[in-house]
Design a protein around this ligand. Structure first.
Ligand code: SAH
Ligand code: SF4
Ligand code: F3S
Length: 458
Protein backbone atom coordinates (compact mmCIF):
# COMPACT_ATOMS: atom_id res chain seq x y z
CA UNK A 1 0.00 0.00 0.00
CA UNK A 2 1.30 3.46 -0.89
CA UNK A 3 0.50 6.33 1.43
CA UNK A 4 0.68 9.54 -0.58
CA UNK A 5 -0.79 11.71 2.18
CA UNK A 6 0.17 12.47 5.76
CA UNK A 7 -1.86 12.95 8.93
CA UNK A 8 -0.73 14.50 12.19
CA UNK A 9 -2.87 13.51 15.19
CA UNK A 10 -2.65 15.52 18.40
CA UNK A 11 -4.22 13.88 21.45
CA UNK A 12 -5.27 15.60 24.66
CA UNK A 13 -7.03 13.79 27.52
CA UNK A 14 -7.33 10.29 28.88
CA UNK A 15 -6.24 6.88 27.62
CA UNK A 16 -9.57 6.48 25.84
CA UNK A 17 -8.56 9.33 23.58
CA UNK A 18 -5.19 7.67 22.98
CA UNK A 19 -7.06 4.53 21.94
CA UNK A 20 -9.42 6.51 19.71
CA UNK A 21 -6.47 8.29 18.08
CA UNK A 22 -4.97 4.90 17.25
CA UNK A 23 -8.30 3.91 15.67
CA UNK A 24 -8.30 7.19 13.74
CA UNK A 25 -4.79 6.54 12.40
CA UNK A 26 -5.73 2.97 11.39
CA UNK A 27 -9.03 4.08 9.81
CA UNK A 28 -7.34 6.73 7.65
CA UNK A 29 -4.78 4.31 6.18
CA UNK A 30 -7.15 2.97 3.48
CA UNK A 31 -7.56 6.62 2.35
CA UNK A 32 -3.79 6.77 1.80
CA UNK A 33 -2.77 8.58 5.00
CA UNK A 34 0.37 7.75 6.91
CA UNK A 35 0.86 9.21 10.39
CA UNK A 36 3.66 11.71 11.01
CA UNK A 37 4.87 13.23 14.26
CA UNK A 38 4.92 16.96 13.39
CA UNK A 39 2.07 19.05 11.94
CA UNK A 40 4.19 21.31 9.68
CA UNK A 41 4.20 19.09 6.59
CA UNK A 42 0.85 17.35 7.18
CA UNK A 43 -2.01 17.20 4.68
CA UNK A 44 -4.47 16.56 7.49
CA UNK A 45 -4.34 17.57 11.16
CA UNK A 46 -6.65 15.92 13.67
CA UNK A 47 -7.03 17.23 17.20
CA UNK A 48 -8.56 14.76 19.66
CA UNK A 49 -9.88 16.77 22.59
CA UNK A 50 -10.74 16.48 26.30
CA UNK A 51 -13.40 18.41 28.24
CA UNK A 52 -12.76 17.09 31.74
CA UNK A 53 -11.45 20.40 33.14
CA UNK A 54 -11.36 23.98 31.94
CA UNK A 55 -7.62 23.85 31.22
CA UNK A 56 -8.11 20.96 28.79
CA UNK A 57 -10.53 23.11 26.76
CA UNK A 58 -8.19 26.09 26.73
CA UNK A 59 -5.53 23.82 25.21
CA UNK A 60 -7.88 23.09 22.30
CA UNK A 61 -8.20 26.68 21.20
CA UNK A 62 -4.53 27.51 21.65
CA UNK A 63 -3.61 24.48 19.51
CA UNK A 64 -6.19 25.43 16.88
CA UNK A 65 -4.73 28.95 16.75
CA UNK A 66 -1.36 27.41 15.78
CA UNK A 67 -3.02 25.27 13.12
CA UNK A 68 -4.71 28.36 11.64
CA UNK A 69 -1.19 29.72 10.99
CA UNK A 70 -0.26 26.52 9.12
CA UNK A 71 -3.41 26.74 7.02
CA UNK A 72 -2.54 30.28 5.96
CA UNK A 73 0.73 28.89 4.56
CA UNK A 74 -0.94 25.81 3.05
CA UNK A 75 -4.62 26.42 2.18
CA UNK A 76 -4.97 22.75 1.13
CA UNK A 77 -4.44 21.61 4.73
CA UNK A 78 -7.51 19.90 6.21
CA UNK A 79 -8.19 20.27 9.94
CA UNK A 80 -10.51 18.10 12.02
CA UNK A 81 -11.48 18.28 15.69
CA UNK A 82 -12.80 15.22 17.50
CA UNK A 83 -13.24 13.95 21.05
CA UNK A 84 -15.09 15.32 24.04
CA UNK A 85 -14.94 19.08 23.35
CA UNK A 86 -16.12 18.37 19.79
CA UNK A 87 -19.01 16.36 21.23
CA UNK A 88 -19.85 19.10 23.73
CA UNK A 89 -19.61 22.09 21.40
CA UNK A 90 -20.52 20.59 18.00
CA UNK A 91 -21.16 23.19 15.32
CA UNK A 92 -20.16 26.03 17.68
CA UNK A 93 -16.50 25.10 17.14
CA UNK A 94 -16.90 25.55 13.37
CA UNK A 95 -18.31 29.04 14.01
CA UNK A 96 -15.46 29.94 16.35
CA UNK A 97 -12.73 28.49 14.08
CA UNK A 98 -13.52 29.36 10.44
CA UNK A 99 -10.50 27.41 9.14
CA UNK A 100 -11.83 24.09 10.52
CA UNK A 101 -13.12 21.46 8.07
CA UNK A 102 -14.57 18.67 10.23
CA UNK A 103 -15.97 18.36 13.75
CA UNK A 104 -16.59 14.76 14.81
CA UNK A 105 -17.92 13.55 18.15
CA UNK A 106 -16.97 10.66 20.41
CA UNK A 107 -19.23 8.18 18.61
CA UNK A 108 -18.12 9.26 15.12
CA UNK A 109 -14.56 7.85 15.15
CA UNK A 110 -15.50 4.95 12.87
CA UNK A 111 -17.25 7.39 10.49
CA UNK A 112 -14.29 9.79 10.26
CA UNK A 113 -12.72 8.20 7.14
CA UNK A 114 -16.02 8.72 5.28
CA UNK A 115 -16.22 12.34 6.50
CA UNK A 116 -12.66 13.08 5.39
CA UNK A 117 -13.29 11.41 2.03
CA UNK A 118 -16.36 13.59 1.55
CA UNK A 119 -14.46 16.80 2.37
CA UNK A 120 -11.65 15.75 0.00
CA UNK A 121 -13.98 15.02 -2.88
CA UNK A 122 -16.87 17.45 -2.56
CA UNK A 123 -15.53 20.03 -0.10
CA UNK A 124 -17.70 21.63 2.57
CA UNK A 125 -17.46 21.81 6.33
CA UNK A 126 -18.95 18.82 8.17
CA UNK A 127 -20.20 18.14 11.69
CA UNK A 128 -21.04 14.65 13.00
CA UNK A 129 -21.78 14.58 16.71
CA UNK A 130 -24.56 11.98 16.68
CA UNK A 131 -24.59 9.74 19.77
CA UNK A 132 -25.88 6.23 19.15
CA UNK A 133 -27.09 3.49 21.43
CA UNK A 134 -24.95 0.82 19.83
CA UNK A 135 -21.16 0.60 19.76
CA UNK A 136 -19.68 1.90 16.51
CA UNK A 137 -16.85 -0.53 15.78
CA UNK A 138 -14.05 0.17 13.31
CA UNK A 139 -13.22 -2.57 10.76
CA UNK A 140 -10.90 -5.17 12.33
CA UNK A 141 -8.29 -4.77 9.57
CA UNK A 142 -7.52 -1.17 10.48
CA UNK A 143 -5.50 -2.08 13.59
CA UNK A 144 -1.91 -0.96 13.10
CA UNK A 145 1.07 -1.37 15.43
CA UNK A 146 4.34 0.59 15.40
CA UNK A 147 7.38 -1.69 15.50
CA UNK A 148 8.64 -0.06 18.73
CA UNK A 149 5.35 -0.40 20.63
CA UNK A 150 4.98 -3.06 23.31
CA UNK A 151 1.98 -1.73 25.21
CA UNK A 152 -1.46 -0.69 24.02
CA UNK A 153 -4.81 0.46 25.37
CA UNK A 154 -7.96 -1.43 24.41
CA UNK A 155 -11.31 0.17 25.16
CA UNK A 156 -13.73 -2.52 26.38
CA UNK A 157 -16.66 -0.23 27.14
CA UNK A 158 -17.62 3.31 26.36
CA UNK A 159 -19.68 5.97 28.11
CA UNK A 160 -20.70 6.15 31.75
CA UNK A 161 -23.97 5.87 33.67
CA UNK A 162 -22.71 7.08 37.04
CA UNK A 163 -23.32 10.81 36.81
CA UNK A 164 -20.88 12.02 39.43
CA UNK A 165 -22.05 15.59 39.95
CA UNK A 166 -18.74 17.19 38.84
CA UNK A 167 -18.19 15.10 35.74
CA UNK A 168 -18.73 15.81 32.06
CA UNK A 169 -18.01 12.26 30.82
CA UNK A 170 -21.61 10.90 30.77
CA UNK A 171 -22.61 14.01 28.80
CA UNK A 172 -19.90 13.72 26.16
CA UNK A 173 -19.37 9.96 25.91
CA UNK A 174 -22.99 8.86 26.20
CA UNK A 175 -24.52 5.93 28.08
CA UNK A 176 -22.39 3.02 29.22
CA UNK A 177 -22.04 0.33 26.54
CA UNK A 178 -19.79 -2.73 26.53
CA UNK A 179 -18.05 -4.14 23.46
CA UNK A 180 -18.55 -7.81 22.71
CA UNK A 181 -15.95 -10.08 24.32
CA UNK A 182 -15.24 -11.74 20.97
CA UNK A 183 -14.30 -8.41 19.35
CA UNK A 184 -12.12 -7.48 22.31
CA UNK A 185 -10.36 -10.85 22.31
CA UNK A 186 -9.75 -10.88 18.58
CA UNK A 187 -8.36 -7.33 18.76
CA UNK A 188 -5.97 -8.30 21.56
CA UNK A 189 -4.92 -11.48 19.69
CA UNK A 190 -4.08 -9.34 16.64
CA UNK A 191 -2.10 -6.95 18.83
CA UNK A 192 -0.21 -9.82 20.52
CA UNK A 193 0.62 -11.34 17.12
CA UNK A 194 2.01 -7.94 16.08
CA UNK A 195 4.39 -7.78 19.05
CA UNK A 196 2.28 -6.12 21.76
CA UNK A 197 3.15 -7.61 25.16
CA UNK A 198 0.94 -5.56 27.50
CA UNK A 199 -2.64 -4.36 27.17
CA UNK A 200 -4.57 -1.99 29.41
CA UNK A 201 -8.31 -2.60 29.25
CA UNK A 202 -10.19 0.69 29.42
CA UNK A 203 -13.59 1.72 30.68
CA UNK A 204 -14.93 4.39 33.04
CA UNK A 205 -16.12 1.63 35.33
CA UNK A 206 -14.70 -1.70 34.16
CA UNK A 207 -16.30 -3.58 37.03
CA UNK A 208 -19.72 -3.16 35.48
CA UNK A 209 -18.47 -4.57 32.13
CA UNK A 210 -21.12 -6.61 30.34
CA UNK A 211 -23.86 -6.26 32.99
CA UNK A 212 -26.30 -4.17 30.96
CA UNK A 213 -25.89 -6.23 27.81
CA UNK A 214 -25.85 -9.61 29.61
CA UNK A 215 -22.36 -10.37 28.24
CA UNK A 216 -19.74 -12.16 30.32
CA UNK A 217 -18.63 -10.23 33.42
CA UNK A 218 -15.30 -8.45 33.85
CA UNK A 219 -13.58 -11.29 35.76
CA UNK A 220 -14.54 -13.72 33.00
CA UNK A 221 -13.24 -11.31 30.36
CA UNK A 222 -9.92 -10.97 32.22
CA UNK A 223 -9.68 -14.76 32.45
CA UNK A 224 -10.13 -15.06 28.70
CA UNK A 225 -7.59 -12.31 27.96
CA UNK A 226 -5.15 -14.07 30.31
CA UNK A 227 -5.22 -17.07 27.95
CA UNK A 228 -3.95 -15.12 24.91
CA UNK A 229 -0.57 -16.42 23.68
CA UNK A 230 2.26 -13.93 23.43
CA UNK A 231 0.68 -11.45 25.83
CA UNK A 232 2.74 -10.99 29.01
CA UNK A 233 0.80 -8.44 31.03
CA UNK A 234 -2.75 -7.21 31.54
CA UNK A 235 -3.74 -3.96 33.22
CA UNK A 236 -7.09 -2.24 33.50
CA UNK A 237 -8.51 1.12 34.46
CA UNK A 238 -10.78 2.43 35.96
CA UNK A 239 -12.59 0.57 38.72
CA UNK A 240 -15.35 2.47 40.48
CA UNK A 241 -15.06 1.70 44.22
CA UNK A 242 -18.82 1.12 44.58
CA UNK A 243 -18.66 -1.84 42.16
CA UNK A 244 -15.34 -3.42 43.13
CA UNK A 245 -16.27 -7.07 43.66
CA UNK A 246 -14.60 -9.85 45.62
CA UNK A 247 -14.60 -11.80 42.38
CA UNK A 248 -12.31 -9.20 40.80
CA UNK A 249 -10.10 -9.17 43.89
CA UNK A 250 -9.50 -12.93 43.48
CA UNK A 251 -8.34 -12.33 39.87
CA UNK A 252 -5.17 -10.68 41.19
CA UNK A 253 -4.13 -14.01 42.69
CA UNK A 254 -5.67 -16.27 40.06
CA UNK A 255 -4.44 -14.73 36.79
CA UNK A 256 -0.68 -14.83 36.22
CA UNK A 257 -0.63 -12.02 33.62
CA UNK A 258 -2.75 -9.57 35.59
CA UNK A 259 -0.55 -6.87 37.13
CA UNK A 260 -1.05 -6.39 40.84
CA UNK A 261 -2.08 -2.80 40.56
CA UNK A 262 -5.46 -1.16 40.94
CA UNK A 263 -6.37 2.44 40.23
CA UNK A 264 -9.26 3.11 42.58
CA UNK A 265 -10.24 6.79 42.49
CA UNK A 266 -11.54 7.97 45.86
CA UNK A 267 -11.93 11.69 44.99
CA UNK A 268 -12.45 12.73 48.65
CA UNK A 269 -11.96 11.33 52.15
CA UNK A 270 -15.12 12.98 53.46
CA UNK A 271 -18.36 11.00 53.31
CA UNK A 272 -20.32 14.27 53.22
CA UNK A 273 -18.46 15.43 50.09
CA UNK A 274 -18.63 11.95 48.52
CA UNK A 275 -22.39 12.12 48.87
CA UNK A 276 -22.51 15.58 47.23
CA UNK A 277 -20.35 14.12 44.46
CA UNK A 278 -22.86 11.24 44.01
CA UNK A 279 -20.09 8.67 44.34
CA UNK A 280 -22.35 6.11 46.10
CA UNK A 281 -19.77 4.91 48.65
CA UNK A 282 -18.62 6.26 52.00
CA UNK A 283 -15.15 6.73 53.46
CA UNK A 284 -15.67 3.55 55.51
CA UNK A 285 -16.92 1.36 52.66
CA UNK A 286 -13.99 2.56 50.53
CA UNK A 287 -11.50 1.74 53.29
CA UNK A 288 -13.14 -1.66 53.70
CA UNK A 289 -12.47 -2.42 50.00
CA UNK A 290 -8.83 -1.38 50.47
CA UNK A 291 -8.57 -3.82 53.42
CA UNK A 292 -10.05 -6.61 51.35
CA UNK A 293 -7.65 -5.92 48.47
CA UNK A 294 -4.63 -5.88 50.78
CA UNK A 295 -5.60 -8.99 52.71
CA UNK A 296 -6.10 -10.95 49.49
CA UNK A 297 -3.03 -9.52 47.84
CA UNK A 298 -0.60 -7.79 50.24
CA UNK A 299 1.80 -6.54 47.56
CA UNK A 300 -0.87 -4.90 45.39
CA UNK A 301 -0.08 -1.31 44.30
CA UNK A 302 -2.97 1.08 44.84
CA UNK A 303 -3.29 4.47 43.15
CA UNK A 304 -6.09 7.01 43.17
CA UNK A 305 -7.55 10.29 41.91
CA UNK A 306 -8.33 13.19 44.25
CA UNK A 307 -10.40 16.31 43.60
CA UNK A 308 -9.61 19.24 45.91
CA UNK A 309 -11.91 22.20 46.43
CA UNK A 310 -15.23 20.61 45.48
CA UNK A 311 -18.04 23.11 46.25
CA UNK A 312 -18.70 23.07 50.00
CA UNK A 313 -15.42 21.31 50.92
CA UNK A 314 -14.53 22.73 54.34
CA UNK A 315 -11.10 22.51 55.92
CA UNK A 316 -12.48 19.66 58.05
CA UNK A 317 -13.53 17.77 54.90
CA UNK A 318 -10.14 18.42 53.35
CA UNK A 319 -8.34 17.13 56.49
CA UNK A 320 -10.33 13.91 56.03
CA UNK A 321 -8.92 13.58 52.50
CA UNK A 322 -5.39 14.03 53.83
CA UNK A 323 -5.98 11.50 56.60
CA UNK A 324 -7.42 8.97 54.14
CA UNK A 325 -4.37 9.38 51.88
CA UNK A 326 -2.14 8.72 54.91
CA UNK A 327 -4.23 5.76 56.05
CA UNK A 328 -4.28 4.04 52.66
CA UNK A 329 -0.69 5.06 51.89
CA UNK A 330 -1.13 5.10 48.13
CA UNK A 331 1.60 4.15 45.70
CA UNK A 332 0.73 7.23 43.68
CA UNK A 333 -2.11 9.61 42.92
CA UNK A 334 -3.40 12.18 40.49
CA UNK A 335 -4.83 15.28 42.15
CA UNK A 336 -6.97 17.91 40.47
CA UNK A 337 -8.46 21.24 41.46
CA UNK A 338 -12.22 21.08 41.08
CA UNK A 339 -13.33 22.79 37.89
CA UNK A 340 -16.92 23.75 36.95
CA UNK A 341 -18.21 21.89 33.89
CA UNK A 342 -21.24 23.59 32.31
CA UNK A 343 -23.16 20.31 31.83
CA UNK A 344 -22.47 18.94 35.29
CA UNK A 345 -24.78 19.71 38.26
CA UNK A 346 -21.96 20.74 40.63
CA UNK A 347 -21.44 23.83 38.46
CA UNK A 348 -24.65 25.12 40.08
CA UNK A 349 -23.70 24.14 43.65
CA UNK A 350 -23.08 27.01 46.07
CA UNK A 351 -20.13 27.47 48.45
CA UNK A 352 -17.49 27.54 45.73
CA UNK A 353 -13.89 27.38 46.93
CA UNK A 354 -11.50 30.12 45.77
CA UNK A 355 -8.80 29.30 43.21
CA UNK A 356 -6.11 30.25 45.74
CA UNK A 357 -7.53 27.85 48.35
CA UNK A 358 -7.81 25.06 45.76
CA UNK A 359 -4.18 25.62 44.72
CA UNK A 360 -3.07 25.51 48.37
CA UNK A 361 -4.97 22.25 48.99
CA UNK A 362 -3.55 20.73 45.81
CA UNK A 363 0.00 21.48 46.99
CA UNK A 364 -0.74 19.84 50.34
CA UNK A 365 -2.00 16.66 48.67
CA UNK A 366 0.93 16.50 46.26
CA UNK A 367 3.44 17.23 49.03
CA UNK A 368 2.03 14.47 51.23
CA UNK A 369 2.01 11.96 48.39
CA UNK A 370 5.60 12.80 47.45
CA UNK A 371 6.69 11.68 50.93
CA UNK A 372 4.54 8.52 50.80
CA UNK A 373 5.81 7.56 47.33
CA UNK A 374 9.43 7.98 48.39
CA UNK A 375 8.79 5.84 51.49
CA UNK A 376 7.14 3.14 49.33
CA UNK A 377 10.02 3.22 46.86
CA UNK A 378 12.60 3.01 49.67
CA UNK A 379 10.84 -0.03 51.10
CA UNK A 380 11.59 -1.82 47.82
CA UNK A 381 15.38 -1.53 48.22
CA UNK A 382 16.91 -5.06 48.32
CA UNK A 383 13.75 -6.61 46.84
CA UNK A 384 13.58 -8.22 43.40
CA UNK A 385 11.04 -6.71 41.00
CA UNK A 386 10.00 -7.87 37.55
CA UNK A 387 9.92 -5.23 34.83
CA UNK A 388 8.61 -5.32 31.30
CA UNK A 389 11.49 -3.68 29.42
CA UNK A 390 10.36 -0.61 27.47
CA UNK A 391 13.62 0.80 26.09
CA UNK A 392 16.89 2.63 26.71
CA UNK A 393 16.48 5.62 29.01
CA UNK A 394 16.69 8.71 26.84
CA UNK A 395 17.75 11.11 29.56
CA UNK A 396 19.50 9.00 32.15
CA UNK A 397 23.24 8.56 31.62
CA UNK A 398 25.37 6.12 33.54
CA UNK A 399 27.37 8.95 35.10
CA UNK A 400 24.24 10.47 36.65
CA UNK A 401 23.66 7.40 38.79
CA UNK A 402 27.34 6.92 39.53
CA UNK A 403 27.68 3.56 37.85
CA UNK A 404 29.59 2.02 35.00
CA UNK A 405 29.25 3.52 31.50
CA UNK A 406 26.80 1.04 30.01
CA UNK A 407 23.35 1.82 28.59
CA UNK A 408 20.64 2.39 31.16
CA UNK A 409 17.41 0.59 30.30
CA UNK A 410 14.02 1.10 31.84
CA UNK A 411 10.84 -0.81 32.39
CA UNK A 412 7.88 -0.87 34.74
CA UNK A 413 6.98 -3.07 37.67
CA UNK A 414 3.46 -4.59 37.89
CA UNK A 415 2.71 -1.63 40.21
CA UNK A 416 3.68 0.74 37.34
CA UNK A 417 6.87 2.01 38.99
CA UNK A 418 9.71 2.86 36.63
CA UNK A 419 12.99 1.01 37.21
CA UNK A 420 16.23 1.95 35.47
CA UNK A 421 18.94 -0.67 35.16
CA UNK A 422 22.27 -0.96 33.38
CA UNK A 423 22.93 -3.64 30.83
CA UNK A 424 25.84 -3.95 28.43
CA UNK A 425 24.85 -3.64 24.78
CA UNK A 426 26.08 -7.16 23.93
CA UNK A 427 23.59 -8.68 26.36
CA UNK A 428 20.76 -6.79 24.77
CA UNK A 429 21.29 -7.73 21.14
CA UNK A 430 18.72 -10.51 21.39
CA UNK A 431 16.16 -7.79 22.01
CA UNK A 432 15.60 -6.59 25.54
CA UNK A 433 12.49 -4.58 24.68
CA UNK A 434 9.23 -6.35 25.43
CA UNK A 435 10.85 -8.96 27.71
CA UNK A 436 10.26 -9.54 31.39
CA UNK A 437 13.38 -9.09 33.50
CA UNK A 438 14.08 -9.48 37.20
CA UNK A 439 15.84 -6.55 38.81
CA UNK A 440 17.45 -6.37 42.24
CA UNK A 441 16.64 -2.88 43.58
CA UNK A 442 19.55 -0.88 44.96
CA UNK A 443 18.40 2.77 44.94
CA UNK A 444 15.09 4.56 45.37
CA UNK A 445 14.18 8.05 44.18
CA UNK A 446 10.85 9.84 44.38
CA UNK A 447 9.85 9.02 40.80
CA UNK A 448 11.87 5.91 39.97
CA UNK A 449 14.03 3.06 41.19
CA UNK A 450 17.46 1.79 40.16
CA UNK A 451 18.76 -1.77 40.25
CA UNK A 452 20.67 -4.53 38.48
CA UNK A 453 19.33 -7.47 36.49
CA UNK A 454 19.53 -10.72 38.45
CA UNK A 455 19.09 -13.15 35.57
CA UNK A 456 18.43 -13.39 31.85
CA UNK A 457 15.32 -15.50 32.16
CA UNK A 458 12.01 -14.66 30.45
N1 SAH B 1 -14.26 7.16 35.50
C1 SAH B 1 -13.19 7.48 36.31
C2 SAH B 1 -12.57 8.85 36.11
C3 SAH B 1 -12.67 9.59 34.85
S1 SAH B 1 -12.17 11.27 34.83
C4 SAH B 1 -13.67 7.41 37.75
O1 SAH B 1 -14.81 7.38 38.04
O2 SAH B 1 -12.86 7.47 38.61
C5 SAH B 1 -10.58 11.26 35.60
C6 SAH B 1 -10.49 12.08 36.85
O3 SAH B 1 -10.66 13.46 36.55
C7 SAH B 1 -11.54 11.80 37.88
O4 SAH B 1 -11.25 10.67 38.63
C8 SAH B 1 -11.54 13.05 38.71
O5 SAH B 1 -10.61 12.96 39.75
C9 SAH B 1 -11.10 14.12 37.71
N2 SAH B 1 -12.20 15.02 37.37
C10 SAH B 1 -13.34 14.71 36.71
N3 SAH B 1 -14.14 15.80 36.61
C11 SAH B 1 -13.49 16.82 37.21
C12 SAH B 1 -13.80 18.20 37.45
N4 SAH B 1 -14.93 18.73 37.04
N5 SAH B 1 -12.89 18.95 38.10
C13 SAH B 1 -11.73 18.41 38.54
N6 SAH B 1 -11.38 17.13 38.35
C14 SAH B 1 -12.25 16.33 37.70
FE1 SF4 C 1 -17.16 10.65 35.55
FE2 SF4 C 1 -18.07 9.45 37.68
FE3 SF4 C 1 -18.40 8.33 35.31
FE4 SF4 C 1 -15.98 8.44 36.40
S1 SF4 C 1 -17.73 7.30 37.19
S2 SF4 C 1 -16.52 8.94 34.31
S3 SF4 C 1 -16.01 10.37 37.46
S4 SF4 C 1 -19.34 10.21 36.00
FE1 F3S D 1 -11.28 13.88 28.79
FE2 F3S D 1 -13.19 12.75 27.45
FE3 F3S D 1 -11.34 11.28 28.59
S1 F3S D 1 -13.42 14.46 28.80
S2 F3S D 1 -10.78 12.47 30.37
S3 F3S D 1 -11.00 12.71 26.95
S4 F3S D 1 -13.48 10.76 28.36
Amino acid sequence: MIYPKTVYIHTIGCQMNVYDSERIAGGLMPLGYRQISEPESADLVILNTCAIREKAEQKVFSFLGRMAGLKRKNPELLIGVGGCVAQQEGRKILDRAPYLDVVFGTHAVSRLPALIHQVETTGGRLVDVALSNTIQESPADTISVNPDQISRFVTIMQGCDNYCTYCVVPHVRGREMSRSPDRILSEIKTLAESGIREVTLLGQNVNSYGTKEGLCDFSELLTRVNGIDGLLRIRFTTSHPKDLSDDLITCFNRLDKLCRHIHLPVQSGSTRILSRMNRKYTRDTYLDKIDRLRSACPDIAITTDIIVGFPGETSVDFEKTLSLIRQVSYDGLFAFMYSDRPNAPAARFSEKISEAEKAERLQQVLGLQEILTLEKNQSLIHSVQTVLVEGVSPRMHASEVGHEAVPQWYGRTPGHKIIHFPEPERLSTTGNIGRLKKIHIEKAFSHSLWGRPVSQEE
